[in-house]
Design a protein around this ligand. Structure first.
Ligand code: PLP
Length: 405
């Protein structure tokens, strides 16, 4: 594990950030990054589903430079053309129609905090319900919707008025049959942090029916699945439903911090002046980058590439050792392993110069750039197969040692 032990914990002690010690990354180009020792890695995590155009893409670089030289920030007493253009683009891509509205924030967490306030404005006395296995962020409101003991317990008491249900159709039916007042149901179409776990078939359609019937909002957290990651602009579009609100971030500006909430129909009228705002949210720099990223995805038909490369990757890994199957959509791929060795696979991949992620004990997550081509797919499959071979061989050795002939 030379690559991992080279990097000293000591060197990051000034950072309160609790992680980030795998390597000291200095630069990137396309789907590759280089560390301080000049080692090259194939980045198939993409900043956790953020770097939609890869690293240092000319469109990103030019837009940041041009907009920074024009207008970077103004107070939210003013609007800017970039912000208006982005709102119009998001509404159009989401099919939010005339009534749709957009709030621009800085991150997924902040977008979800906005959505929580939207739910409170809709029904202050109803429960906000999220799913077990969900990840909606770590600020106090978003944390209350993220039912993982290790994240929540040190910070109790959490925001009240929240409940969690299992991510099953039965639990959904029970929730609405129970007579409890529900303000909003908040769900991710695919739970990324839970190991790229899709909702059961028909879940979103039934959730739409039940929330409508009971006067609750359906809020989709598309922070990870949105902006083309699954091969559609938004994952809900595959299901033929329309939510009341959707939160976005990650890939929206391909590495420039930006979050958004898009509302549909009546939910668009809930916020009124004085109820919410953000100093940096939707500044012209971030908005210009998002506009340029969206334009590039459209000009290059990158959603088709996301679907194609996703299929190639899923087919390519299916027959590799230790692989039990795949899940997810487009370029948000979960690779199920036959044993709880995800951390070992991640480390072996890192050692060979491949960045992937192990969100659970037995699943790997990859979320590469939308721009990957044959070369990146081939390089990934070679490195990933070698990493799996390493782990399989070590397991076989350990087994032989435990059970000598
Ligand atoms: N929601 C989902 C589904 C996410 O995957 C994440 C981040 O991983 C968040 C919210 C939080 O977003 P951010 O880290 O931009 O605040």
């Amino acid at each position: 594990m030379t690559r991992e032990t080279n990097w000293q914990d000591d060197a990051t002690r000034d950072l309160m950030s609790l992680g980030g010690r795998l390597a000291l990354l200095e630069r990137g180009h396309g789907s590759h990054v280089w560390d301080a020792d000049g080692r090259r890695y194939l980045d198939f995590l993409g900043g956790i589903a953020v770097n939609a155009l890869g690293h240092a893409h000319p469109v990103f670089v030019d837009t940041v430079a041009r907009q920074a030289a024009t207008l970077s920030h103004v107070s939210n007493y003013f609007a800017t053309p970039q912000q208006l253009e982005l709102a119009a683009r998001l509404k159009q891509l989401a099919g939010a129609g005339e009534r749709g509205r957009v709030f621009l924030a800085n991150s997924g967490t902040e977008a979800n905090e906005t959505a929580i306030k939207l739910a409170r404005l809709h029904d202050r006395d109803g429960l906000i319900v999220s799913l077990e296995g969900a990840f909606h962020g770590r600020s106090t409101g978003a944390l209350a919707l993220t039912p993982k003991a290790a994240y929540q317990d040190p910070f109790r008491p959490l925001m009240p008025g929240v409940a969690h249900i299992a991510p099953t159709l039965e639990a959904l039916e029970q929730l609405f049959a129970g007579g409890e007042r529900i303000a909003a149901l908040v769900v991710e179409p695919i739970q990324g942090e839970a190991g790229v776990l899709p909702l059961p078939d028909g879940y979103l359609r039934r959730a739409r029916e039940l929330t409508t019937e009971h006067g609750a909002l359906l809020i989709l957290d598309e922070v990870q699945t949105g902006m083309g990651r699954t091969g559609e602009w938004f994952a809900f579009q595959r299901e033929g439903i329309v939510p009341d609100a959707m939160t976005l971030a990650k890939g929206i500006a391909a590495g420039f911090p930006l979050g958004a909430v898009v509302t549909f129909g009546d939910a668009s009228d809930l916020f009124y002046p004085g109820t919410h705002n953000s100093t940096f949210g939707g500044n012209p720099l971030a908005s210009a980058v998002a506009n340029a990223v969206i334009q590039e995805i459209q000009d290059r038909d990158l959603l088709a590439n996301v679907a194609l490369r996703g299929r190639q990757l899923r087919e390519g890994v299916a027959s590799l050792p230790l692989v039990a199957g795949t899940r997810g959509a487009g370029l948000l791929i979960g690779i199920r392993l036959t044993a709880p060795v995800a951390a070992d696979v991640r480390a072996a991949a890192h050692e060979r110069g491949l960045i992937v992620n192990a969100p659970t004990d037995d699943a790997m997550r990859i979320a590469p750039a939308y721009t990957i081509g044959d070369a990146e797919v081939a390089e990934f499959l070679e490195l990933f197969a070698a990493a799996l071979d390493d782990v399989a061989a070590r397991r076989a050795d350990a087994h032989t040692e435990e059970n000598p002939a």
